[in-house]
Design a protein around this ligand. Structure first.
Ligand code: TYD
Ligand code: MG
Length: 463
């Protein structure tokens, strides 16, 4: 055999190179190359084994799913875990990944399923302590502190296959099949590969915990993301108590659903009505806030959009946005300037989606515009109104999908009117009023009526 090839592997993206380099050509990260032995230890070659080839036709049975009963979790994964599938859960340290998964494992055990939780980071006593704190000490979850994939697979291959296997975390696992240090890309990839084979062979659903680097990537194993069936991300904002579970990739379900939890002293609490949470600290009566009636997946979600527009001292005014697409903000600002007579070039603009939520829908354009104009004109918006609508480059306001669901949710939460795009067949729930607009300019005029002096001063000219 030839001498083992030395190989340098980027710990960020998994690219390999023959020589060390300061910067990875593939992903552009600096100082990410680590020397690893790429070649597996020499093993005697075995002959190919024969396997059955089956027709594709007629085999598609509905995927058997295992629901945990934790509705916020089940919704995100598409109704339940698919047998034999592997799921990667990423999230910042301390966000609550271990807490969530011990609760999921306990839920499976309660349903009479065999659930195994393997920790590579904590001792069994620590896992038990957490379970006690969560009131799950009596749950029939099997647990162990192990890091060797071969030992885990050998142990679990005895007795009935588990329905759920949690591995916390994939970065702490190592397999003899590859000859590299634990935590390196090669090891993580090798360990994930073994666990995927285990899942396929036994039909167990496997959940891998993955750590996240400072810039939010699942550390090291971007490669693992391609290997698994679903990637979930568990997110939270600073000191806020709530956590959002989101699917980034899902071979067996949607990727636009979110699950909302609140971290309490006794573990994660499901938040069945997140709108109430996101609107709970509303700043009524002050200018610059508008409520957007959004949709996340199939569920309506009302959030407050906050804007601050203030005269700038800088040559190039600041545009800062949290929770929304900066490009959409630029577009809305350009439309306000070009079609609505709102001069913003002398102002800094800050836009924030309350509660740390990230909005991806263009339907938020009108709400963002309303908040911006309200701040500029120092005219508070009515507290009982919600806004929705997409703004086109011509300044027209376009209809958005699922308007009826948005309006129903708004009424349920005590709102009495909605500013909506003009659409042919729009029905308001009874007792709810609609203000239809077809151009952004008319909304600007309406908002500015109260605060007209402030708006007229902008740019030193009368509008
Ligand atoms: P943990 O699940 O260990 O996070 P991760 O596995 O993602 O690193 O959660 C740790 C944090 O959650 C810690 O800061 C304490 C907090 N926490 C609670 O507030 N309540 C609880 O009941 C538990 C178990 C944890
Ligand atoms: Mg943990």
């Amino acid at each position: 055999m030839a001498a083992r090839a030395q190989n340098f592997v980027c710990q960020n993206c998994g690219a390999s190179a023959a020589r060390w380099a300061g910067r990875c050509e593939a992903c552009g990260e600096w100082n990410t190359f680590v020397e690893e032995n790429a070649a597996a230890p020499a093993r005697s070659l075995r002959k190919g084994r024969l396997f059955a080839i089956e027709p594709l036709k007629g085999l598609a049975r509905p995927t058997p799913r295992l629901a945990s009963g934790i509705a916020e979790f089940d919704r995100v994964i598409g109704g339940g875990l698919v047998r034999g599938s592997v799921l990667l859960l990423g999230g910042d340290p301390g966000i609550g990944k271990s807490t969530l998964l011990i609760e999921v494992a306990a839920a499976f055990a309660r349903n009479g399923q065999r659930a195994v939780y393997i920790s590579g980071e904590e001792a069994v006593a620590q896992v038990r302590l957490r379970a006690e704190r969560l009131g799950l000490a009596e749950a029939a979850v099997e647990t162990a502190a192990e890091t060797s994939i071969e030992d885990i697979v050998a142990t679990l291959s005895q007795g009935p296959a588990p329905s759920l296997l949690v591995i916390d975390s994939i970065q702490t696992m190592w397999t003899q099949a590859v000859d590299a240090a634990p935590g390196t890309v090669t090891q993580v990839r090798g360990a994930a590969g073994e666990l995927i084979r285990f899942a396929k062979r036994t039909g167990a659903a496997v959940i891998l915990v993955g750590h996240v680097t400072k810039d939010g990537q699942i550390a090291g194993p971007r490669v693992v993301e391609h290997m698994v069936d679903a990637v979930l991300s568990f997110q939270g904002e600073g000191a806020q108590q709530f956590r959002i579970l989101r699917a980034i990739k899902n071979r067996f379900g949607p990727t636009d659903e979110i699950g909302v939890f609140e971290m309490t002293g006794a573990g994660l609490r499901e938040v069945a009505n997140p709108s109430e949470l996101f609107l709970s600290e509303r700043d009524l009566g002050s200018p610059g806030t508008a409520v957007f009636a959004g949709i996340e997946g199939t569920r309506p979600l009302l959030v407050e959009i906050q804007a601050l527009v203030a005269p700038t001292t800088l040559g190039t005014p600041r545009r800062a946005v949290v929770g929304w697409d900066p490009n959409r903000l630029s577009m809305v600002l350009a439309v306000l300037e070009a079609h609505c007579g709102v001069r913003l070039s002398g102002h800094d603009v800050y836009l924030n989606v309350a509660g740390g939520l990230r909005i991806q829908e263009p339907a938020a354009d009108v709400a963002a515009a309303a908040a911006l104009v309200s701040s500029l004109a120092r005219a508070p918006l009515p507290a009982d109104a919600v806004y929705l609508g997409e703004v086109s480059l011509s300044g027209a306001v376009r209809p958005v999908p699922q308007t009826a669901a948005r309006l129903k949710e708004s009424q349920k939460l005590g709102f009495a009117r909605a500013i909506v795009p003009e659409a042919a067949s729009l029905e308001a729930p009874s007792g709810f009023s609609l203000v239809t607009i077809n151009a952004l300019a008319s909304l600007v005029v309406d908002i500015a009526r109260d605060g007209a002096p402030a708006l007229r001063r902008v740019g030193g000219q009368d509008t």
